[in-house]
Design a protein around this ligand. Structure first.
Ligand code: MRU
Length: 345
């Protein structure tokens, strides 16, 4: 268990660690409605694909809790589902978790009180499964980490981005725990600085040796320090293996290819979207220009300059050495092997 919880269900409210001001401030927010949860997702108070999915599931629970049978419950749940679905477009875990919740409320014909209990149970299940999946992912991934490895990591994929333990940072954490004596280079991850603010904070708390680098330094670091592997998370993995992740991941994959450094994507199977054929079909979120023009509240570029701020990019499958999941490590050809992963359950 980590010393903090990014997300905690309290029976009548959802408590979120506000990730916008970390590591300077550790503040928690209490949410009581689905609308508040949707806003917290779009404002990145809660972020990271798996954490977004879990928060959205509790958004449905919060909506259900307030309903009485005179409220037209299914219509209210439909509205809440729609608001939550429109909070962020790229991470498929959001839609995966809402689909699971919808399967329960859509076809239910028992009493409203029974429905409320079932929805809460499902959200708790999604939350608990996330931790279990991450621990299994970590064990699977650690086999690929040599003793004394130097690793590059992008964005934040740790306990903050999940319920606990993390995905790519989970592999790093486990490799450290079993004594592999690793060192991690953390991309700072402009513009929101998830690497510098969040991953560095998590690794510091865990006592894992790390060095923060600017995003443009990865080529030099690979050349100078003989990096063993790159580990990144994912927001959506298409059926052919193309992977959407935090902006800058694609650049990192190209640099890794040039330097012959293995490039691994680490994600639970809930991030794999077989309904999306290729990376071209993944919707990419664009965020506000001010995220780029400013660092915190300080203006670092002319207010008048135009900005292009995609929050994610797509790394083509050819640049990915393997995809580490809780069900095992998937190697190319991804088209074939990703679908086999689902057949085997
Ligand atoms: O915009 P963010 O901070 O939500 O983006 C997060 C990432 O891109 C992560 O790498 C991804 O969600 C995986 S988190 C386990």
């Amino acid at each position: 268990m980590s010393t903090f919880r990014s997300i905690e269900w309290k029976g009548d409210r959802l408590v979120l660690l506000d990730q916008r001001n970390l590591p300077e401030q550790t503040a928690y927010l209490e949410l009581k409605t689905a609308e508040e949860v949707a806003k917290a997702i779009s404002q990145m108070i809660v972020r990271g694909a798996p954490a977004i999915g879990v928060a959205a599931a509790y958004g449905i629970v919060l909506c259900a809790r307030k309903l009485s049978k005179d409220d037209n419950p299914l219509e209210r749940l439909r509205e809440a589902d729609e608001i939550l679905r429109s909070s962020r477009p790229t991470a498929v875990n959001l839609f995966w978790a809402l689909d699971r919740m919808k399967r329960i409320w859509d076809q239910f014909n028992g009493s409203l009180e029974e429905l409320k209990i079932l929805l809460e149970k499902e959200a708790i299940k999604i939350e608990n499964e996330d931790v279990e999946m991450n621990k299994q992912i970590a064990k699977n991934g650690a086999q690929l980490v040599p003793f004394g490895a130097k690793i590059i990591h992008h964005c934040n994929t740790g306990s903050l981005a999940t319920v606990d333990y993390g995905t790519a940072l989970g592999v790093i954490r486990y490799a450290h725990e079993i004594g592999k004596k690793i060192h991690v280079f953390l991309d700072e991850t402009r513009p929101r600085l998830q690497g510098a603010r969040l991953s560095a904070w998590e690794l510091k708390e865990l006592g894992i040796p790390h060095t923060i680098i600017v995003d443009g330094a990865s080529g030099l670091v690979m050349k100078k320090f003989k990096v063993d592997l790159v580990l990144v998370g994912a927001d959506r993995i298409a059926a052919n293996g193309d992977t959407a992740n935090k902006i800058g991941t694609y650049n990192l994959a190209i640099v890794a290819k040039y330097h012959n450094v293995p490039f691994y994507v680490v994600a639970p199977t809930s991030t794999i979207d077989l309904k999306t054929p290729t990376g071209e079909d993944i919707p990419i979120e664009e965020r506000s220009a001010d995220e780029v023009r400013r660092v915190g509240s300080t203006l670092v570029a002319p207010q008048e300059s135009s900005v292009f701020n995609p929050a994610f990019d797509v790394t083509p499958a050819q640049l990915i050495s393997g995809i580490i999941t809780e069900k095992g490590i998937v190697y190319p050809p991804f088209e074939e092997n990703l679908s086999k992963l689902f057949e085997s359950t």
